[in-house]
Each structure stands twice: as C-alpha cells, then as structure tokens.
Design a protein around this ligand. Structure first.
Ligand SMILES: [Zn+2]
Length: 158
C-alpha cells in the first residue's frame, strides 16, 4: 500500500525490534491517514528535492516505544513523526531545507555532530492544525539527552 508516490505503509511501520519481540506495530485506519499526511507533506517533498530517503523509524505503538526505551507520548505513537536520513546528504542541510520550505510541527536534528554530515538523523513531525514549526537539536550531555532550539541555520552550528 502506497502512502504517497514514493513511500509505502510498510516503510513507515517496519521495526526489526517489533518483529524480534513479536510486538504488533500495525496502525489503525485513522493512524494510516495521518501517516499519509506525514508522507505527502514532509517525506515526499524531501524525496522530490534530495532524492532517496531512508526512513529509520515511523509509526510506533506505545508498546513498541516501551520496548525500545522511547517515550510513549512521542509523536511517533500518534503517527505524526518519523526519523529519516537522505543517504549521502548532510542532515543539517536537509533540516535547513525543511525549515525553509515545509509546514512541519516539530523537527529535531538528533545527535548531529557539526562537521560530520552523516552523523545523527532528522526527526520531523506533521500536524494539520496549527503546526508549531519548532526546530530543535538533541545532544548528549553528562549521559542525558538535552534539547536546544536552533536559531538560524543548522549548517552554521559549530
Ligand atoms: Zn523520532
């Protein structure tokens, strides 16, 4: 089943951990509709501009979140967020392009190390009502994950 021209439902729900642990990671009809919006408004435009997109995590049921140690209130459980990279492209450059061109809700440049284009990944969410356009970076400090707003461009981070 296709969610948009270049994205399938399978790509947005696949999880090796879910398969390994026998966790059901299937979205309901309403969640599938939201995954379509995510593809149409975020992933497909990124694909059209940068070329192939590798989705590392899309929809996650609360049960799967618990198993992998992620928050059950994450937008992944609402079928509103996905993690991805564009192979061979600088994650900061991809994030800056999304910030400038798309109506996202929250975007997090995760564990990106300035000067290492392939480090980390992009987390981006979409909601149809009142997107916040919140742009953050996540990094580890003293073993904890911290978040800071990105002011200006991610490609200018040092
Ligand atoms: Zn994420």
């Amino acid at each position: 089943m296709n969610l948009s021209r270049n994205f399938t439902l399978q790509e947005l729900i696949k999880s090796d951990t879910a398969v390994r642990l026998g966790v059901d990671n299937n979205p309901n009809a309403n969640q599938i509709e939201k995954l379509k919006l995510l593809c149409e408004n975020i992933l497909q435009p990124v694909r059209d501009h940068f070329g192939p997109v590798s989705v590392t995590s899309g929809f996650r049921t609360p049960e799967l979140c618990l198993k992998i140690g992620s928050s059950i209130t994450s937008q992944h459980t609402k079928a509103e967020a996905c993690d991805f990279e564009c192979p061979g492209k600088d994650n900061a450059e991809v994030a800056d392009w999304i910030y400038k061109n798309l109506d996202f809700d929250q975007m997090i440049l995760e564990f990106y190390v300035p000067g290492e284009p392939n480090s980390g990944w992009v987390h981006c969410s979409y909601v149809s009502e009142k997107p916040r356009k919140q742009f953050l970076r996540a990094f580890k400090e003293d073993g904890k994950t911290k978040y800071k707003p990105i002011i200006g461009k991610a490609t200018d981070l040092v």
